[in-house]
Design a protein around this ligand. Sequence first.
Ligand code: ADP
Length: 395
Amino acid sequence: MGEVKLEHVTKRYADVTAVDDMNVEIRDNEFVCLVGPSGCGKSTTMEMIAGLTKPTEGKVFIAGHDVTNLPPKDRGIAMVFQNIALFPHMDVYDNISFGLRLRDFEKEEIDRRVERASDIVQLEGMLDRMPDEMSGGQRQRVAIARAIVRNPEVFLMDEPLANLDAKLRVHMRTELQRLHKELDTTIIYVTHDQAEAMTMSDRIAVIDSGELQQIDPPLTCYNEPKNLFVAGFIGSPAMNFVDGEVRENGFHGENVEVEFDPADHGLSVGDEVTLGIRPEDVYLTRDSEISTPTRVIDAKTDVLEPMGDEIFVYLLLDEEAGTDLDDMAGDAFAGQLLMSVDPDSDIEEDEDVDVVLDRSRVHLFDTNSGEAIVHGITSKMPATSADETPAEGDD
Ligand code: ADP
């Protein structure tokens, strides 16, 4: 059974802690992606599971056994890496069967395993091809077949699709999901690409600075991120963030206010909080049919990016705000907000618009610790006072 457990695993190099007290339990037959920015410790974590690197502290268990001191070959794992190292002078059959032949498997058993593996990765009819007669995607499938014939309990894949072009990468993602279904084995997959992680995994382990931030199904990470890091890393384009504070009637940030009773969300007046809202949860008031809008926010459209199935609209909430789009990638709020609208919307650049946020999709985070406080404002909006425009309906 392919369970993998990391217990207080830490890896320190001379002046860096690459992995810091990692505790993870991966279930048998699960597809888990380790995801995070470059240098966050994904590969080091993988290497410790594989046995290529020894933890400074902590233990690694595979299938219930403590494998911390076992070499890679005795761990019941098979690895597929970004750089596909096929033997150039061997055909596909010999490449796939190399490890089995080295370990003196019977010819019949080798044939049986190669046939099954090449069937699974759809390389039938190509067993006598040489690597230089194949495309990048086909070579990667040979590498995967070579891992399959070992009948591992756990597959470890470190950015195996990184060198393929975009179209092939998307295709191979589907193939890997199919492979996972057919093989019934645990797959642990390293990627820096959150979209890849979102589409393939049963659960995503989000890592930052060597620390596990959250391990949950993709949609849980998306809808209920545990902290500001996960909120900003998962989802593209990134979540908008607005710093502010809690007042008696709710959240007050620069140009953005959301009314609620702080006590309903365990908040107190003066708390420093950061509001998070995804681009698809910001609406033009004129198009909006959402049942839980905030009060109207005045904005001016800046740049539009038509994507085909949606249009990204960069909004300026403050005439003074800069138009440096780099500022908007989930980082500091500078009077700007990114909104996604329907492709048939008649929106234009430099247009004055009224927008609302969907209250039920507003996230609040503790600005200092980064921890999530609330996903969705559930308390009712207080009664409208005479000098403010109601956001919806009651006129
Ligand atoms: P990722 O796979 O997420 O890009 P890595 O696990 O490769 O990250 O690296 C995590 C951190 O550990 C980085 O700061 C990296 O520079 C450092 N690191 C990795 N391997 C070594 C090593 N052999 N010696 C020193 N530092 C290392």
